[in-house]
Design a protein around this ligand. Structure first.
Ligand code: DP6
Length: 362
C-alpha cells in the first residue's frame, strides 16, 4: 500500500474554494544525480545545497469543478500569461499520478507561477517549480479535506511527489544540505523515494555562497530526460554509480569536519565527472563553452595563489557555480568583479547562497 495516498471523499470536503501560495528554491547538486530507472528512481544517491535567491513562487486557487470526474481541470499561468506548454506538462503529470491526489476528481485548479530569476538566465527551473507544485498540491489536499497532516508528514509527501515530477526537485523541499537516494551512511536518511536533510554538517557549510556565472543564457542543449537516458548503456555506467557512492561518503565525512579544501577537491571532481560522462556518451555532448573553461582556470589560479577555498561546480550546462564560505566572501566578490564578470553573458552573475527551504505565504 502506498502510504502517500490519502483516503477521503467529496463528503469530507471542508473548504470548497481556497487559495494557497508557496515559494520554493532551486538547488545545486554537489554529488550529481545522473541516471535513473523505474519510476523516477535514481541510480545513485545525490547531495545538494538548497539555494535561497533562485526560486519559484506558485499561487494556487481551487474550486468545485463542473465536468467529469476523470478529467483534470487546470488553468496555468507563467509570469502572468497563460502558458499552454507548461499547462500540458503539468496536466500530463497529474494524469499520470492521479491516484496520489483524489481531490482532482472534485476540484478544479488555477496555478500562477513566477520565477525570481530571469527566464533567459539558463538556470534550471524544474527543481524550484516542481517542488513548489508538489507543496501546493499537498497543502490543498490537507486543507480542503482537513487531513490534519503534521508539517513533517506534509513535507514527506511533497518530496515524494516532487521526485515524480523532476528528480532534483525532491531535494528542494528541505533547507540546507539535502540528500536524495539510498546510502549505507549513517548520516543519510533519504531513500530512493524521498529526499531528507543531512544532519551533523559543520557550520561553515550552512551559509556557503553560490555565485552563478551565466556563461550562456540559452536553452539547454540536452534535456534532463535525454541526459539521464545516456547513462542507460554508458560504457562507464557501473563504475560511475560506484564512484558516486564513494564520493558521497567522502564528501559527507569531510563536511562533518568542516574541511573546505577537501570539499573543493571532491566537488570539482564530481562536476567534471558529470561532463566527462556526457562527453563519453553516444551521442556525445560537450556542454562546456570556452568561457566555462576560462572561469575554471581562473578559479584554480585564484585558489592556489591566495590559498582560499573557492571552488566550482557545474550543472548539465555551461554555467559555472562558484562555491565559497562566507568568511572569504569579500575577497571572492572582488575577484568575481575584476576577473570573472567578463566571461559572463551580459555580465550576469547571480549571487545566491544556502537557504532555509520553501515558505508558505497564504
Ligand atoms: C545534472 O532533476 O532535471 O542537475 O528527473 O529528468 O527531471 P529529471 O532530471 P533533473 O536532473 C538533474 C541533473 C543534474 C544533477 C542534479 O541536480 O543532481
Amino acid at each position: 500500500m502506498n502510504t502517500y495516498i490519502k483516503q477521503y471523499t467529496k463528503k469530507e470536503l471542508v473548504e470548497d474554494t481556497g487559495r494557497i501560495s508557496w515559494t520554493s528554491p532551486s538547488n545545486i547538486a554537489l554529488i550529481k544525480y545522473w541516471g535513473k530507472h523505474g519510476k523516477q528512481l535514481p541510480c545513485n544517491p545525490s547531495v545538494s545545497f538548497t539555494l535561497s535567491e533562485s526560486k519559484t513562487t506558485m499561487d494556487f486557487s481551487w474550486s468545485i469543478k463542473d465536468g467529469g470526474k476523470d478529467e483534470i481541470v487546470l488553468d496555468f499561468y507563467f509570469e502572468n500569461k497563460k502558458n499552454a506548454l507548461f499547462e500540458e506538462k503539468i496536466r500530463k503529470f497529474l494524469e499520470d499520478n492521479f491516484e496520489l491526489f483524489p481531490f482532482l476528481k472534485y476540484l478544479s485548479l488555477e496555478i500562477e507561477s513566477v520565477n525570481s530569476f530571469p527566464h533567459s538566465a539558463g538556470i534550471a527551473s524544474s527543481a524550484s517549480s516542481m517542488s513548489a507544485l508538489a507543496l501546493g498540491l499537498c497543502s490543498i489536499e490537507n486543507q480542503a479535506f482537513d487531513l490534519n497532516l503534521s508539517d513533517g508528514e506534509l513535507l514527506e509527501k511533497a518530496t515524494y511527489v516532487a521526485r515524480l515530477a523532476s528528480g532534483s526537485a525532491a531535494r528542494s523541499i528541505f533547507p540546507g544540505i539535502v540528500s536524495w537516494g539510498k546510502s549505507d551512511l549513517e548520516e543519510i536518511k533519504s531513500s530512493d523515494l524521498i529526499a531528507s536533510k543531512v544532519e551533523g554538517i559543520a557550520d561553515i557549510f550552512k551559509n556557503y555562497h553560490d555565485s552563478i556565472v551565466i556563461v550562456d543564457a540559452g536553452e539547454k542543449a540536452v534535456s534532463s530526460r535525454a541526459g539521464h537516458a545516456l547513462m542507460e548503456d554508458h560504457p562507464f555506467r557501473e563504475v560511475r554509480f560506484q564512484h558516486a557512492n564513494k564520493q558521497l561518503e567522502n564528501l559527507i565525512t569531510i563536511m562533518k569536519t568542516g574541511d573546505v579544501d577537501k570539499f573543493c577537491e571532491i566537488v570539482e571532481t564530481e562536476a567534471l565527472e558529470l561532463h566527462g560522462l556526457m562527453m563519453n556518451s553516444t551521442p556525445s555532448y560537450t556542454l562546456m563553452r570556452p568561457n566555462t573553461l576560462a572561469v575554471i582556470e581562473k578559479v584554480r589560479k585564484f585558489r592556489s595563489e591566495k590559498g582560499l577555498a573557492l571552488c566550482f561546480t557545474l550543472d548539465a550546462g555551461p554555467n559555472v557555480h562558484l562555491l565559497y564560505p562566507d568568511n572569504i566572501s569579500r575577497e571572492v566578490t572582488e575577484f568575481i568583479n575584476s576577473e570573472i564578470t567578463e566571461f559572463a553573458e551580459n555580465g550576469l552573475v547571480i549571487h545566491d547562497r544556502v537557504g532555509s527551504g520553501p515558505e508558505r505565504f497564504l
